[in-house]
Every structure is written in structure tokens, then in C-alpha cells.
Ligand binder design. Sequence first.
Ligand code: ZN
Length: 261
Amino acid sequence: MDSKKPVRRALRGLKTIFYEMFYSKRLRLCNTGPIYTFTFDDVPVSAIINGARILDEHDAKGTFYLSSGMTGVNEAAPSEARTRTENLLRGLVKNGHQIGCHTYSHRHLPDITADEILADCRKNKLLLSNLLDGTPIGHFAYPYGDVSLTAKKTLFNEYITLRGTRPGINHDKVDVKLLRAVDLYSSSFDKTKLAGWIKENARLNGWLIFYTHGVEDEHDKWGTTPADLRWVIQECKNAEGSILNVADAYEDICSQKDKGL
Ligand SMILES: [Zn+2]
């Protein structure tokens, strides 16, 4: 066991608390009932196929934060595979799921300049928006969940929301430029803990966001099995909350004033 791991995790948590203090946009949640959101990062084809299908089975919609450079829709991808992935992504949007941005080349943002961050993100946004007939790409997830003040400041006006990986429930006054999220990795899947998050979100009338990567039985450390994903979705359904993608959830949490109305 890596004895440095808990220390690293604690340091990361402390850093995120610090980042929540700057370049934040705090909204008081105005949702009428608890909200649950399922998000997929990078995104492997197994998430596009299995993740979306399982959500559809439950009449739920998710958000897929794509890094085009690693998803097979970039210019270097073989044309047949590229066309297949492009069609899958169009199908996702047509079915009510959402495509978000995760940078083009999955850069570790704390290591690069503001100009590099902007260029990489805008390349991804433009490619995806063109692919989806002009659909705006208005929401973002930080690669590796790693934030820096430069990154947060730079992306503040580029996206409506920015999602991190600090575990927690978004409730009361929420920084929508660093949303909290809970992982759904089958390698560390804990039903008691996850049921606790879901129950607590219902109690707080909050917005609980989950994240994972691939969805398949042969998952890696950062993926989820179809059975585990189904179990969590069903638990959220049992909690009688709404399962919404990030864009729809954002609409739901905003007051008329936040929307500029
Ligand atoms: Zn990622």
C-alpha cells in the first residue's frame, strides 16, 4: 500500500478548499427537489454506448466531458472509427444527453499557461460544436480534477460551470466554477457509502454529481461496471430525485435572477 496516498489526498482536498475561495461564482440553489447527475470524463466509447444506454433505460440523461484528442474524433483518428464515434456523439445529443469539454489534449492545467489553457479548450469546443451542428459546449470538467488559480480564472468566462473532483454535495451556496463530485469507480465501490451520499443529498435538497470514465465489465481502476452504474441510478430513483445532465440541472438550480430574468 502506498502510505503517501492519504497524505496526497488530504493535500489535494486542502488545495481545493483554497481554490473555492477565489474566482468563484456562488449561487444559492433554487431547485425544488434533490438532483442527481451522472458524468463521464475523457470519454471512452464504452461510456458513450453502455453508460448512455443504462441512463436511457432509467429515463435519465447524463453529461459526457470529452477530450477530443483521446476520443477518436480528432484529425489523427482513422476515418472509419472517427465516423462511428461522431455518429455515436450525435446520437447522444439527440437523445437528450449533453457533451461537455475536458480540454482537447487532456492537459494537466496547473502545468500550463493561461494562453495554452485557452487554446487547448477552444480547440476542443470548436471541434465538438462543429460536429454537433453548432450545439454550444458550455460546461467543463478539470482533467484529473486538478485546478489552479490561473485555470479557474482563465475558464471563468469560457464555461457556465466547471466541475472538479472534490467529493461533496453541492448545496446551499454553490461555487458553480468548482462543482464538487463523487467518484463511481468499481475498483473502490462501496454501496453503504454511496447510499449515504444519496440519502444526504435528499436531506439537503442538494445537487449530487457522480463521475466515472468507462462503463464495462472489464473496467480499469477508473471505470464502472454496468451493474454498479445501474445500482446507483436505481438508488437515486428510489430517493425520488431528478436525474438530470449538468446543463439541465444548472437551469433547475438557478433562480430567475441568476438567469438574468
Ligand atoms: Zn480526464
